[in-house]
Design a protein around this ligand. Structure first.
Ligand code: ATP
Ligand code: MN
Length: 142
């Protein structure tokens, strides 16, 4: 039986590369895609105080998650594979590590950078924090 892999995806190209790497390097693994909806991303724009803003924001975030999962399905299909997908709400790094512990994951494969970062920094903050906290091996794809 293969390893159980967790591939956290945020909609970035780097996360897609991490998925492609995981599919290629772990041909017999079960792969779970995890997207973390981060409430901190709502920001402090003027609209944030309007009624219904939070609901609208959350609906949008769920649509983004669905797009990420659909893209992951398409990529997995190119390898004649399937993936499981899950989403949680919280702080990304903490949720990724907790999810891995609770679901008997053997290894995490993630991008070195994501949607928001500056590429001259060695690792994005989520990648750095997962590497720091994870009790299981983490592969950071560049
Ligand atoms: P920062 O967030 O620190 O500004 P960044 O966006 O460039 O920088 P990270 O957020 O650390 O970099 O992204 C690195 C990897 O972490 C991504 O390629 C992805 O695998 C994972 N990741 C980041 N955010 C999330 C999220 N919300 N849900 C799932 N995976 C995520
Ligand atoms: Mn990020």
């Amino acid at each position: 039986m293969g390893k159980r892999l967790l591939i956290p995806m945020d909609g970035s190209e780097q996360a897609v590369h991490a998925l492609q790497f995981g599919l290629k390097e772990f041909p017999s693994s079960d792969i779970t895609i995890l997207h973390v909806i981060n409430p901190m991303d709502t920001g402090f724009s003027p609209q944030a105080s309007l009624p219904g803003y939070a609901e609208e924001w959350y609906k949008q975030a769920e649509e983004t998650a669905d797009e990420i999962f659909a893209e992951a399905d398409d990529i997995a299909a190119e390898f004649d594979r399937g993936v499981d997908a899950d989403q949680v709400v919280g702080r990304p790094a903490r949720e990724i590590v907790t999810y891995a512990k609770e679901h008997d994951i053997d290894q995490i494969v993630m991008g070195s950078h994501g949607r928001t970062g500056v590429s001259r920094i060695l690792l994005g903050s989520v990648a750095e924090s997962v590497v720091k906290r994870s009790p299981i091996p983490v592969t950071v794809v560049r």
